[in-house]
Design a binder for this molecule. Structure first.
Ligand SMILES: [Zn+2]
Length: 411
């Protein structure tokens, strides 16, 4: 469930977070003052630095069972990374240039340990492959040659509708005239179904509805259930990022709305976290939001849901997640921190997945084991926001009223 139809293949840059910069500036201010007086604070500075190295090492290692020697190798790299990040005399470009190779080296070392030490399963591999949008051929994705365009053609837009007052839809344009005729009834039914799941207050925050289909694939013929790899829906932002588009796949086989209900909760997680009230961004105002935009470019506001989520869960692992283009090995060593495989693909899908689990996870019995570690923390994260607790209760009441029972799906 990508947040948008991707326009171009974008590689992640190595980002320096402004929050890290701020901390460094305060830190060094303190050092200069203290050095003028006596030696003691120097020791506490060193202690603080080694504590940070230990903390980041623990985070990036995740579930990996490393020997003391292996841990030391990771820790040495982490120390180099942190000393670059905390060095105020380096300009951003210079720092990023130096950090890039170090981050890759760290990721490669962690991947090497992960391959040697963590059990790997086909189902996890498939799930993360889907999550990264590599829907074609695994080998193509592996060679890094897959392009977003190949991904984009898997969705065919049918028509575009304006959502009026959260209650009805008005057609603005047809994207595909033949499909618009063929699916007219289905589109109206899909809209009525959406209203059975999301409350009015939520639907009012979505500007457009764009039903789509994916081309039929061989293994899809004759099946009763959704096919792994299908896209259930998407959220995109346009119009100065203030207007949102909800896309829903009309070819999902989902008679009891168990999949749609999950998909909508996930997509609504993108709506609450990426809309213009949450971000300062002027970048790309005239463009649509790109799929999995790097964190720094999003310019989340200080009080935004996402900044709080990121500061709490991503401070030390973001670069590692971006470096691992396939995401599978990153997921393996961090699986206890995510509510699903898909959540490990990117911070914004982690947010959306965790939000969906917060809303309907209990009903669907997603978290029956005790092994979800920070995954549970991520679900609890949402409880601090009264408005989201109210929204959750409204959605749950609607689902109960309409006898809908969400299931977690890989679509
Ligand atoms: Zn998503």
């Amino acid at each position: 469930m990508p947040i948008s139809t991707p326009n171009k293949n974008k590689l992640y840059g190595w980002v320096l977070l402004s929050s890290v910069l701020c901390i460094a500036a305060l830190f060094y201010g303190g050092v200069l003052k203290n050095n003028a007086r006596r030696e003691e604070p120097q020791k506490s500075l060193e202690a603080a630095r080694s504590a940070e190295v230990a903390e980041m090492t623990k985070k990036v290692v995740g579930n990996l069972p490393l020997s003391a020697e292996e841990n030391k190798k990771v820790s040495d790299l982490v120390e180099q990374i942190l000393s670059l990040k905390n060095n105020p005399s380096l300009g951003k470009d210079e720092r990023d240039k130096l950090l890039g190779p170090l981050n890759i080296e760290l990721d490669e070392l962690l991947n090497q340990y992960t391959l040697a030490k963590m059990p790997q399963t086909e189902s996890n591999l498939l799930a993360i492959k889907i999550a990264k949008g590599a829907m074609k051929d695994y080998k193509t994705a592996h060679s890094g040659k897959i392009t977003s365009d190949e991904y984009a053609i898997s969705m065919i837009g049918i028509s575009s509708y304006k959502i009026v007052d959260g209650v009805r839809i008005e057609k603005i344009a047809d994207r595909n005239k033949d499909l618009a005729v063929e699916f007219e009834k289905e589109i109206n039914k899909a809209w009525e179904n959406i209203k059975k799941i999301l409350p009015l207050s939520a639907l009012k925050k979505i500007t457009y509805f764009e039903p789509f289909v994916e081309p039929k694939r061989e293994k899809e013929e004759g099946t009763e259930t959704p096919v792994a790899g299908q896209t259930g829906g998407f959220i995109n932002f346009v119009g100065g990022q203030a207007e949102s588009i909800l896309g829903i796949n009309l070819r999902l086989r989902d008679p009891d709305l168990s999949v749609l209900s999950y998909v909508l909760c996930h997509e609504y997680g993108h709506v609450i976290s990426l809309n213009s009230s949450q971000r300062d961004s002027k970048i790309g105002e005239d463009q649509t939001l790109e799929y999995q935009t790097p964190y720094e470019q999003m310019q989340f506001k200080e009080n935004s849901y996402m900044k709080k989520f990121y500061d709490r869960f991503y401070k030390y692992v973001y670069d590692d997640q971006c470096a691992d283009k396939e995401g599978y090995l990153f997921y393996l060593r961090h699986q206890s921190e995510f509510v699903s495989v898909y959540a490990a693909s990117h911070y914004d899908d982690d947010f959306a997945e965790s939000f969906a689990f917060f809303v309907v996870g209990e009903e669907a019995g997603f978290l029956t084991g005790e092994d979800r570690g920070n995954g549970r923390e991520k679900i609890k994260f949402f409880e601090q926001f009264q408005e989201l607790v109210e929204l959750r209760d409204q959605i749950r009441a609607l689902l109960q009223k309409n006898d809908i029972h969400p299931v977690r799906s890989t679509v």
